[in-house]
Structures are given as structure tokens and as C-alpha cells.
Design a protein around this ligand. Sequence first.
Ligand code: ADE
Length: 261
Amino acid sequence: MRVFWMARVSHYFGGYVMLNFHILTLFPEMVMQGLHTSILGRAVSRGNIAIEAVNIRDFTTDKHGKVDDYTYGGGAGMLMQAQPVYDAYQSVVDQIGHERPRRVIYVTPQGKPFHQEMAKELAGEEELIFLCGHYEGIDERVLEEIVTDEISLGDYVLTGGELAAMVMVDAIARLVPGVLHNGESAETESFGDGLLEYPQYSRPETWHGKRVPEILLSGDHAKVDAWRLEQALLRTKERRPDLYEKYMEAHPPVEKRQRKR
Ligand code: ADE
């Protein structure tokens, strides 16, 4: 069973899908439910992106629907077999009509750690295939044959690749033009410029005895911008000294720049 969402339909209304996500998984409903809500759901129905889940189990040639088996050499746990994974992948290749898609991402704790720059780069692709593993992993031979990138969500182990793939799809999709309403927000938020975001406040002016910083009520946009940059720098220095150092190297203070000349 292939779980398609509305975006395929939007082709027929002249919509142009900027990025097609194909997720090879044993749990298509989990992926589709998670990615069909909120902003991504809206982007899919508008046709900015398309998300399809391909059920690997549909492609097994085993008459009992089995997709896993014991590992050669012994050891605990089962491994996903090469055949159903390869055939699920091949069905996507046949559908998109590429000889070999440019990016096939295997989500695994053994991969390179995912970060915002990677999300930006992947958002420029037209087709992305994600492969989600289960059990003790996937037969190495099929990985060698189809995978172009191995990416990890972080240094911890999840029960399967689906949640990791969903996080990556979300981070990538929101950078696709047209997905966010306010074109600005992807630029000014955390990591947009290498800094964490400054603190923000909404009404009322006083809540639980705490006042909104006066400068934000001043109406002086230049001062507000300067305050926000200062807060972003302070916050980044305190919480993520690694990012702060990188930012300061790329944006040396004026006196330092002059001294260098
Ligand atoms: N699958 C299991 N754990 C994972 C992780 N940390 N990142 C990506 N995929 C995974």
C-alpha cells in the first residue's frame, strides 16, 4: 500500500511541487499522520511539497510478508533484508523516472549529525528518498547500492528511523519556498544567522508581575534591533559557546577587523 497525500492531486490543478519526499518505511501511517498536520499539512494541500510513504513490506517476495531475518555470524536481533528494501526503492525510482536519484538518505545513529546547514542544502533538491531502518538495522549490501547519505538525528538510539526521518523532513520542508507564510521567519529565527533567537514577548505588558522590556515598547526600531542582536549574542554565548565562537569568527568586532588590515 502506498500512502499518498493530497499533493499528487494538486499537480492536476497546475500546482508546482517544489520538493517530493519519499519515505521508505515499515510504518507508513505513523509517518503520514505526523507529517500531515499543521504547517506541513497545509503546504502539502497547497502543493508546495509532496510527501509519500512507501510501505517496504508491500515489496517482500516472502509469502508470509516477512521483511527481516537472522544476521550471519550470529548475534542478537533481526536485520531488515535487502530484497524488500531494494524493490521499494526501485518503485520510487520508476515513479520519478530518474536513472538514480541524487539523494537517498538512510537515517541512522551512525550517520553524520543533522544540522541546519544540511537542511538548507537538502531543501534545494527536487526529490528526496528517506530510508527508515528497524530491528538491528539493514543488510549492508543494499545500503551500499542505494544510499548516498547517512544522517543521524543525534547521539542516542531510537526504536526506528521514522521519528528521525520525520524531524528531518520537517526541518527541510519549512525551508522550501512557499511553505512558511512569513518569508522572513526562516531567516530571523535561531540558526538563521548562526545565533540563537532573542527572547520575545506578547500581550499583556505585565504578567505575573513581570514587565516586557521597556525598549520593546519604545517604538524605536533601530534600538529594538540593536537590543535583539545583543540578546541573541548573550543567549548564544551562554547556551551555545560553540556557535558563539563560530559567529564571532565570521563577524569580528569592528576594531578587530580594522587592526587586521
Ligand atoms: N534510528 C535510530 N536512532 C537514530 C538516530 N539517532 N538518528 C537517526 N536515525 C536513527
